[in-house]
Design a protein around this ligand. Structure first.
Ligand code: 5AD
Ligand code: SF4
Length: 495
């Protein structure tokens, strides 16, 4: 399965570029070199920010959202309080995403928008971190064009935030600290978790897959797994704090433990799933690679592990999958879906798809549409391919016009929306366990929860239900959201 496409066969890389690509791939981290450090904030940094406020603006994936929780924890340990109002803040951080160009453009737009705040409050610190900060081109652009940014730090430097803030306070120049790799995992960093019901827990950092379009292996470094014991300890602590659900996070969770050697992702799911008191366990993101029968069995047999798998396919065309270096074929993916469905009959599948990869033909695109129809995903995140400097695919000739790509994205959305609607209809009149997470984003008087299959369900009820899991009869639904009534409540009203 793991047939590797060497980019030399796909694109003409110069000798230098080829060397960079090969070197970036090579240093898989040896378990012996991996250091687990216990984080501790230097005593002299405590209370240095008493009375001050920070705001973090987060872009991108769940990994970034969770990094924001860690950065908030570190800042609070210094004495900062959180604010959501720009003009109240003494420190504003942009935690950025580099996966697509439009995400980057948005950030630069925001940095421009906030410039006047620096005139109003010369003490205000502005910082840029996350995946964009790892890119050399971005570092250069910030130094040259956005000199009012006080601080730039990378994904490997998060634990250094308190020290870097202090340096930025005392410096006229932009402080830049971006390590391009890390062999260390920092345990026990303080975290300020946003929600009270669901928590996210890192199990692994980085990615070794090097899909040819993707910048993540360059911005997040090589795969490093936390130890099973430290993950389980963290989950136990979360249960004690009152959390009901955890989502274990990694760029490529199926590879969890490969670098450690003695455990794998199936072991981890079972261990986390058996932590006393945890109600639900989810995981993201899994890759069709290395989705073993052992893993499928662990999902099927561990009661707390929810029946939802996010399984990015990216394309339904073998030709495109090979160029993407995805390492599997359409047939392999469909067989995997069958293996999963046989073992977990009520599983909900969701996916990520890229349209308009260089030289994607109409025939390639139709293969993606037919795969989507065949698998019947509950929902799909769909994207137009965005060339990322430094990735092999960015060098590919791309004769396909943007208008064609946009049209494909729309056709794909139409097909997926029909499927999602059909699946929503299947939920009608069923009674399902719903965990209430909080109030609805659009109406504070309505509660919002989720089925185990990850469908959002809106329920009318008191706030005291937040954090509870109970059976709900689904009474109504549209493509993305379901409405329901708590079953006990329904029978009480009928009396
Ligand atoms: N262009 C478009 N989409 C991308 N993704 C990753 N890199 C790119 C890119 N260069 C998408 C993939 C991935 C998701 C997180 O983002 O679908 O699964
Ligand atoms: Fe990027 Fe995911 Fe591929 Fe890793 S597996 S290179 S994060 S798309």
């Amino acid at each position: 399965m793991e047939k590797e496409i060497h980019p030399k066969n796909l694109v003409t890389l110069s000798e230098d570029e080829l060397r960079t690509w090969s070197q970036a791939r090579r240093p898989k981290i040896d378990a012996n070199d991996l250091v687990n450090e216990k984080y501790q904030l230097a005593e002299e940094l405590r209370h240095t920010a008493d009375g001050k406020k920070f705001k973090i603006i987060t872009y991108g994936c769940q990994m970034n959202e969770h990094d924001t929780e860690t950065m908030a924890g570190l800042l609070m340990a210094m004495g900062y309080e959180e604010t959501f109002v720009d003009t109240e803040a003494d420190l504003i951080l942009f935690n950025t995403c580099a996966v697509r160009e439009n995400a980057e453009n948005k950030v630069f737009g925001e940095i421009g928008r906030l410039k006047p705040l620096k005139h109003q409050n010369p003490e205000l610190l502005l910082g840029l971190c996350g995946c964009m900060a790892q890119e050399k081109v971005v570092q250069e652009k910030v130094l040259k064009t956005y000199p009012w940014i006080d601080l730039v730090f990378g994904t490997h430097n998060i634990h250094r935030l308190p020290e870097l803030v202090m340096q930025a306070i005392h410096s006229q120049d932009t402080i830049l600290e971006v390590w391009d790799k890390s062999d260390a995992i920092y345990e026990h960093m303080p975290k300020s978790r946003k929600e009270g019901v669901r928590a996210w827990v890192n199990i692994q950092y980085g990615c070794n897959k090097f899909c040819t379009y993707c910048i993540v292996p360059y911005t997040r470094g090589r795969e490093r797994s936390r130890t099973l014991e430290s993950i389980v300890d963290e989950v136990k602590g979360l249960v004690e704090e009152g959390f009901q659900e955890v989502t274990v996070l990694g760029q490529n969770v199926n590879d969890y433990g490969i670098d450690i050697g003695s455990v794998d992702f199936a072991d981890l799911l079972r261990a986390v799933g058996h932590v006393e008191g945890i109600k639900r366990v989810r995981f993201t993101t899994s890759n069709p690679w290395n989705f073993t029968d052992r893993l499928i069995a662990a999902i099927a047999e561990t009661e707390t592990v929810c029946e939802h798998i996010h399984l990015p396919v990216q394309s339904g065309s073998n030709h495109v999958l090979a160029k993407m270096n995805r390492g599997y074929t359409r047939e392999f993916y469909l067989q995997l879906v069958n293996r999963i469905r046989r073992a977990i009959p009520n599983v909900a599948l969701t996916t990520d798809i890229i349209v308009g990869f260089p030289e994607e033909t109409e025939e390639d695109f139709l293969a993606t549409l037919s795969l989507v129809r065949e698998v019947e995903y509950e929902s799909a995140y769909t994207f137009i391919y965005s060339p990322r400097a430094g990735t092999p695919a960015a060098r590919l000739e791309d004769p396909v016009e943007m208008a064609v790509k946009k049209d494909r994205l729309q056709r794909l959305a139409d097909v997926q929306n029909q499927i999602s609607r059909r699946i929503s209809d299947r939920y009608l009149h069923r009674t399902l366990d719903v965990l209430i997470e909080g109030v609805s984003k659009t109406n504070e008087n309505i509660l919002s929860g989720r089925t185990r299959s990850n469908k959002i369900v809106l329920v009318d009820g008191p706030r005291s239900w937040i954090g509870q899991e109970f059976p709900v009869e689904i009474t109504n639904g549209n493509t993305f959201t379901l409405w329901g009534q708590r079953v006990e409540e329904k029978s009480r009203l009928a009396e």
